[in-house]
Design a protein. Sequence first.
Length: 92
Amino acid sequence: MGLRREYVRLLSTKVAEELVQQEMIEVPEDLNLAEQLFQVMDAEITLEDRLNDEVRTLLNQYSDQMRQSGASYQEMFKLIKNKLVKERKLVL
């Protein structure tokens, strides 16, 4: 994903500030809302990167068989990624 972590942290801080300022939520004093938002946003943003890494690992395990059958790495990557997205009901 193209968003840098610093930007995501800044965005989560701004969202937390606006939610509190607009009195849309009440936050307990011991809760760091900005950090909680950052953790959730960062996990969502890096989801596709983690999925891509998993697909690469799977394809590396079957690289010899793919070479023998003449399967295209790019086509197999897309196929497996789409299958995992569908199976796990992910939204990228």
